[in-house]
Write a protein that binds this ligand. Sequence first.
Ligand code: ADP
Length: 268
Amino acid sequence: KKPDPGIGLVRDRLSQVRNKILILSGKGGVGKSTVTALLSRFVARSNPEKNVAVLDIDICGPSQPRVLGVLGEQVHQSGSGWSPVYVEDNLSVMSIGFLLGSPDDAVIWRGPKKNGMIRQFLSEVDWGSLDYLFIDTPPGTSDEHLSAVTYLSEADLTGAILVTTPQEVALLDVRKEIDFCFKVKIKVLGVVENMSTFVCPTCRKSSEIFPASTGGARRMCEELGVPFLGGLPLDPALAKCCDDGEDFLAVLEGSRVVDDLKDVVTGV
Ligand code: ADP
């Protein structure tokens, strides 16, 4: 079988990207896109001298344009590739969401077409030199993951961060995701437990939402020998910021979400 010429193109383009981090989850709706956006905004804000970017390869459900507040922006093609959309001076994003006519358009593609789009995303976006590239993926282990891994394993992928919620059903799926990483030799940088507690908007007190599962993600990590990066609370103010595309770091300054996020980033 002939080697895929895309592999060399991806390697060349990403040679200017120091850390390439996949964000994975077993299930949809556990907050993978939210965590990707939180991490990228946080790393960009706390390191103004570093360049950070988000690549959204969730082809059927691209959320980054909305969450990062750049819905409706256009990407432009230049001599050196697609120019990403800038959220901040040092934070850029590329998503299939920018290429659709309307945010409600469905993308119904088979594997080879998705593979082609991921190859283009990985090889043709003109990021310039980057310190961190966070890659938001669809849930589970699908065609998109296999394509991304094929290209990225030849391009010095740093590793993967896995996002889960505390319930047993989500943990079961994240175990499969960890197994996928072991099988395709991706380093697991760690697991983030999202929505581990609930912060009451009125009294700001936090409560356990799934008491039976408390500590489940941490125990799973110990058992499988992967780092546990910490938990993030469910905060209705965060959900509102994501829906409205607001800068959640500014809105949530001083809240539990931002404090806990600091611990997660320190662990990576
Ligand atoms: P995924 O990418 O795993 O499908 P999303 O990041 O799109 O999940 O999150 C699903 C929904 O849950 C979104 O409406 C998002 O705003 C909300 N959400 C995610 N994490 C939190 C959180 N910690 N607090 C409040 N809402 C959250």
